[in-house]
Design a protein around this ligand. Structure first.
Ligand code: OAD
Length: 254
C-alpha cells in the first residue's frame, strides 16, 4: 500500500488526532524557516544570534528592528493550503488541537480553534525590566529598518522586548504541560514541517511514540527516527496535507 494511503487510513481509524507543527508549514506562506539563511536587509543575521536576552541587552534597537521585521512578515503572510487542510480535520465533533512551535498566527487565521503556542506569539510584547505584558501592541505594519528604538513600558519605563520565547528561555507557563497531555492521549500525532532539533518541543514525537501513538511526519526532508509506528511522508506540506486530509478524513468516525 502506498505510504500516503496508509497514513490516510491510519488517520481515518484514529479517534484522537493531534497536530504538531513547525516553521516548514508556514514556509510556503513566505515566512522563511529557522534553518533558511536570511537575505536582504537582514542578510548575515541569524535567529540564534538575535533572539536572546544577551543580544537585546547589547543592542536593543537592533533586536527591536528585527522583531518588527518578523512581525511584518507574519502580518503580510496568508494561511496556505496546509493550514487550511488542518483546520478542516474533525474528530469527535471537534476540530483537532494543534501544538505549534510557530509564533505566527496562520493556524488561527486558517480557522483552527485550539492552538497551543509553545514558543509564544509575535503579537505580544512585554517589559524587559518588569516582565509585565505590554498594554499596547506595536503597530501591525511597523517602521522598517535595522535600528528601531523599542517603546517604553508605561508602568516602569523599561524597554519593551518581544513577548515570544527566546533561545535559552522557558516555555510559557502551562503550555508544555498542555502539550504533553494532548500528545500522551492521542492515537496519532501528525508532525508537520519541523526539523525536531530544538528541545523540549522536539521531544513531543518521541513522547507520542512512547505512549503508543502512531507518528505521521510530513516534511520535505526525511526526519523520521525509524521507529516501527512512524510514517514518513516526504514532500511539501501544501501538497501532502490537502491529499491526506481529504473529505474522507474530515468526517467524524468516532
Ligand atoms: P526549522 O527551521 O528547524 O525546520 C523547518 C523544517 O521544515 C525542516 O525540517 C524542513 O525540512 C521543513 N520544511 C521546509 N519547507 C517545508 C515545506 N514546504 N513543507 C514541509 N516541510 C518543510 O523549524 P522548526 O523545526 O519549527 O525556536 O524549529 C523549531 C524551533 O527552532 C523554532 O520554534 C525556534 C527555532 O530555534 C525558538 O525560537 C525558541
Amino acid at each position: 500500500m502506498a505510504i500516503l494511503e496508509q497514513a490516510a487510513n491510519a488517520l481515518n481509524d484514529a479517534k484522537t488526532i493531534v497536530c504538531f507543527s513547525g516553521a516548514g508549514i508556514s514556509a510556503e506562506s513566505g515566512i522563511p524557516t529557522y534553518r533558511d539563511g536570511t537575505t536582504g536587509l537582514w542578510a548575515g543575521h541569524s535567529h540564534q544570534q538575535m533572539e536572546t536576552a544577551r543580544a537585546f541587552r547589547q543592542n536593543p534597537r537592533l533586536i527591536w528592528g528585527w522583531y518588527l521585521w518578523r512581525r511584518q512578515q507574519a502580518v503580510r503572510a496568508q494561511p496556505n493550503a496546509a493550514h487550511l487542510a488542518l483546520s478542516e480535520l474533525v474528530r469527535r465533533e471537534r476540530p483537532i488541537p494543534i501544538i505549534t512551535q510557530n509564533i505566527d498566527d496562520l493556524h488561527e487565521r486558517a480557522g483552527s480553534l485550539e492552538v497551543v503556542h509553545l514558543h509564544g506569539s509575535l503579537s505580544s510584547s512585554k517589559c524587559f525590566a518588569c516582565h509585565r505584558p505590554a498594554l499596547v501592541t506595536p503597530a501591525p505594519i511597523p517602521e522598517e529598518g535595522l535600528l528601531v528604538e523599542p517603546p517604553r513600558c508605561v508602568r516602569c519605563n523599561g524597554k519593551l522586548r518581544p513577548g515570544h520565547v527566546w533561545y535559552g528561555e522557558d516555555l510559557p507557563a502551562g503550555t508544555w504541560k498542555s502539550a504533553v497531555s494532548l500528545v500522551e492521549n492521542c492515537d496519532i500525532l501528525l508532525s508537520v514541517g519541523t526539523s525536531g532539533v530544538v528541545t523540549p518541543a522536539a521531544n513531543l514525537p518521541e513522547i507520542a511514540l512512547s505512549a503508543g501513538a502512531t507518528v505521521i511526519h510530513v516534511n520535505t526532508d526525511d526526519v523520521g527516527s525509524g521507529a516501527p509506528n512512524e510514517l514518513m511522508l516526504i514532500g511539501k506540506a501544501t501538497e501532502i496535507l490537502p491529499r491526506l486530509c481529504s473529505p474522507l478524513v474530515t468526517e467524524d468516525h468516532a
